[in-house]
Design a protein around this ligand. Structure first.
Ligand SMILES: Cc1cc2nc3c(=O)[nH]c(=O)nc-3n(C[C@H](O)[C@H](O)[C@H](O)COP(=O)(O)O)c2cc1C
Length: 297
């Protein structure tokens, strides 16, 4: 009977190993690589990824004229890119004619938005909808350091994140050491152009020891991801500027950070968050949201 049950589990992918392999194969089959796409969904994601880098570059206080040319292929923010470069006396006739030959009209939904600093009192008057809609990733910070006590208060609030069976497997670190911050940013892929403005880093990992062998391979990432969003909201609530920084790293990058920060082998990486004080005003990416697609089943 036990033998039959074992065979049944193997056939149905119920063993942790097969489950992992199946998920990896699914990832290989459906994820995209740069601009190599074969479905509308992949093209959409790939294009958003590319234009997001342009929006980011447009938002930097330290604008690099002519940046990111390789990523330019379509979309609305391209017109803003041409205009902004012209302000700096940089133009590229071939690129401009390619962009102008794209059919359709710019929809005005790309580029950057202006962020003005908001006081704690103003923040507390916001209702839930306005609070959520007015949080933005910040990539330009004031010159003052972030008060660690304030960071701790934000982190206390995030502790109320729900988690599977209330196991709270997340681990959070405040990284203050310049040396450790430099190692992390050198090995993180998305902070070019603004990383030097980050005052401190908040690092979120999740400890796999809080999860069951069976069926919970991804639970650390799910619980950890939910926690990371709570931390972002709490930072905003406390008036701390924050930029989530992907912890999807190459193996060698992860290894260097693990060693420098002293991260236990049982922990998986969830997210880095660069923090700093709000400047009086700054630009950030518009990051327009897609119309919601609710599927009724
Ligand atoms: C998991 C995750 C990883 C991210 N990684 C980066 C990153 O490496 N560099 C960056 O500049 N922004 C990063 N972002 C910020 C996104 O670009 C940003 O959240 C998105 O454009 C939506 O904009 P908003 O945060 O202003 O609403 C990341 C966001 C998330 C949630």
């Amino acid at each position: 009977m036990i033998f039959i049950e074992k065979i049944y589990n193997v056939i149905n992918g119920n063993t942790p190993l097969l489950y992992s392999i199946n998920n990896y194969l699914k990832h290989l089959k459906y994820s995209f690589e740069d601009t190599k796409c074969n479905s509308v969904e992949q093209y959409r994601a790939s294009i958003i990824r590319l234009y997001h880098t342009i929006e980011k570059g447009l938002s930097y206080s330290d604008y690099r004229p002519g940046f990111g040319k390789d990523n330019i292929d379509t979309l609305d923010c391209l017109y803003k890119y041409i205009k902004k470069n012209l302000e700096f006396g940089v133009s590229d006739a071939i690129l401009e004619s390619r962009i102008k030959s794209i059919p359709g009209n710019p929809n005005g939904l790309g580029g950057t938005i202006e962020i003005a600093s908001i006081t704690q009192e103003e923040l507390k008057t916001l209702n839930y909808e306005n609070f959520i809609k007015s949080r933005h990733s910040i990539r330009h910070f004031g010159s003052e350091a972030v008060d660690v006590e304030l960071l701790r208060e934000a982190i206390q609030i995030a502790q109320y994140t729900p988690s599977a069976c209330n196991r709270q497997g997340w681990v959070i670190r405040i990284v203050e050491s310049k040396d450790a911050i430099d190692t992390i940013l050198e090995n993180q892929n998305g902070n070019r152009g603004f990383g030097h403005e980050i005052d401190k880093l908040v690092m979120i990992t999740c400890d796999v020891r809080a999860f069951q062998k069976n069926r919970e391979l991804f639970q650390p990432y799910i619980d950890g991801g939910m926690y990371a969003q709570s931390v972002l909201n709490a930072l905003y609530y406390k008036g701390i500027g924050a930029i989530p920084l992907s912890a999807s790293l190459a193996g060698s990058q992860e290894k260097k950070i693990r060693k420098k920060v002293g991260i236990n082998k049982s922990e998986v990486f969830i997210l880095f968050i660069g923090v700093g004080t709000y400047p009086d005003s700054c630009k950030t990416t518009r990051s327009e949201r897609m119309p919601v697609d609710i599927r009724l089943v």
